[in-house]
Ligand binder design. Structure first.
Ligand SMILES: Cc1cc2nc3c(=O)[nH]c(=O)nc-3n(C[C@H](O)[C@H](O)[C@H](O)COP(=O)(O)OP(=O)(O)OC[C@H]3O[C@@H](n4cnc5c(N)ncnc54)[C@H](O)[C@@H]3O)c2cc1C
Length: 443
């Protein structure tokens, strides 16, 4: 059997590595259009902040190491078409410009997503960056390392934008953050984001909410960001307003794409075309909380989906439960997390719900340096089954969300969780953890 995988990062490389372990006899070829593969994209902000000094530390395995496992990787090779009837892919060798065909028995599509950059005026000026791939992080860090960059502007206050705000602050830069919405982290319920906004301002970030970027000014290098409300001097811009799936090359195939261009897959990670699988940032994923497919481009999801693909290609019928959209983020000294359905989504989807919000402490109040954590829990009003949770606070906030992820997946009620035997000692929690307190307030 011959397997071709397109894309060489989380989805494809977790799939082919597992596949090789399951069946060493399968022939595997990976086509990756970039030069570096199998790297932790999630670590790029911490490389730019210089907390990680060497970009090679982000790379899990090299082309040669995959070669030793019997996985052939061709970098600088872009797949430009999929012929699903003849089971072939058309490839452009980006070094020689040669175009050729290769045939497969099974195909894995793991082409990820790219940052969206709207057709803003002068968006092609130098020092306007996005952060999608390894090479972007090298370019941004190189520019900052020169020492001439003093003022930076981040456009978009989602996860990548906020991690980059932190990275730029760590580099001692003056940061302006521009957000179209009236709140940062738009996927959170608005009231949860207020303490983070205040925290960013206290760190000197110029936070501009409800402002729309229209373009840039500069000679060859950007020196101003223009919005519908003003003009701001800048030496460097990072655009982080969202991502779009890299699936344009599939449009001439029969592979079904969703409205946003992501590949439609079922819980076996199969597309509508037999022997063609997909996952990661270029595909949809089953959302257990909503009981429908969602677009949730996260590395945590891609790694799991890759293994599911490997199991299914090797003949073990393996159904993926799906995900809850669990996410965590560190923003300077603060942490935020969510899982399942929040109130905003419940209202938008007309889901019957109640919500309770409490603020407690990360550990016993009498133990030094106790800090606040706010927890919001969404639950079903008749059964009290937990539907979702959000948390915002300081140290030890983020990973508490995992308790809610387990509770939601197992359809636990607020009462089940309210008396769950969570660990307690004064340096770690209160005798009633803030999680207990929140769900025990559900009425
Ligand atoms: C700055 C940043 C921080 C992040 N932080 C987190 C985090 O904290 N937690 C989390 O869960 N997720 C995080 N993510 C998201 C996570 O990195 C992605 O979900 C994950 O990398 C997706 O893996 P993938 O294999 O689907 O796609 P990608 O990692 O995007 O890899 C796809 C690869 O396919 C290649 N490719 C594309 N088109 C073609 C083609 N036609 N032919 C050949 N090759 C092609 C691309 O060059 C790319 O290398 C972060 C992402 C970024 C950018």
């Amino acid at each position: 059997m011959k397997v071709i995988a397109i894309g060489g990062v989380a989805l494809s490389m977790s799939a082919v590595s597992k596949l090789k372990r399951l069946n060493n006899k399968i022939d595997i070829v990976v086509y990756e259009k970039g030069e570096v593969l199998s790297y932790g994209a999630c670590g790029m902000p911490y490389f730019i902040s210089d907390e990680i000094k060497d970009a090679n530390r982000l790379v899990a395995r090299t082309k040669e190491q995959f070669g030793d496992l019997g996985i052939e990787v061709k970098v600088k090779h872009e797949v430009i078409k999929v012929y699903d009837r003849s089971k072939e892919v058309e490839i452009l060798n980006l070094e020689t410009n040669e175009v050729f065909l290769d045939s497969y028995d099974k195909l894995i599509i793991g082409t990820g997503a790219s940052a969206i950059v709207p057709p803003w005026k002068n968006a092609d000026l130098k020092n306007i960056f996005k952060l999608s791939v390894y090479e972007d992080s090298i370019e941004i860090k190189k520019e900052i390392d020169k020492g001439d960059i003093k003022k930076v502007t981040v456009i978009g206050a989602g996860f990548i934008g906020l991690e980059m705000v932190e990275a730029f602050l760590t580099r001692g830069l003056d940061v302006t953050l521009i957000q179209l919405d009236p709140q940062i982290l738009s996927i959170f319920d608005a009231e949860l984001t207020i303490p983070i906004e205040e925290h960013l301002k206290s760190k000197g970030v110029h936070l501009l909410l409800e402002e729309k970027v229209v373009g840039f000014e500069g000679n060859t290098i950007v020196d101003k960001v223009i919005t519908d409300k003003g003009e701001y001097e800048t030496d460097l811009v990072l655009v982080s307003i969202g991502v779009k799936p890299n699936t344009k090359f599939l449009e001439s195939s029969n592979i079904k794409l969703s409205k946003n261009g992501a590949v439609e897959v079922n819980q076996f990670m199969e597309t509508n075309i037999l022997n063609v699988y997909s996952g990661g940032d270029c595909a949809m994923i089953y959302n257990l909380a909503l009981k429908e497919n969602s677009y949730l481009p996260m590395g945590s999801n891609a790694n799991k989906q890759g293994r599911v693909i490997a199991e299914n290609i090797s003949g073990n019928r393996f159904k993926f439960n799906g995900v809850l959209g669990t996410i965590v983020i560190k923003i300077v000294d603060m942490e935020a997390a969510m899982t399942g359905i929040n109130e905003k989504t419940a209202i938008a989807k007309n889901i019957k719900h109640k919500a309770v919000t409490v603020t407690g402490k990360n550990h016993a109040g009498y133990y030094p340096n106790a800090q606040p954590i706010t927890v919001k829990v969404i639950y079903e009003p008749n059964t009290f089954i937990i539907l979702g949770a959000e948390m915002v606070g300081y140290k030890d906030t983020a990973l508490r969300i995992n308790v809610f992820a387990v509770s939601i997946q197992n359809e636990m009620t607020t009462n089940d969780l309210g008396y769950l035997d969570l660990a307690y000692a004064p340096p770690f929690a209160g005798v009633w953890d803030v999680i207990h307190v929140a769900v025990n307030n559900a009425k």
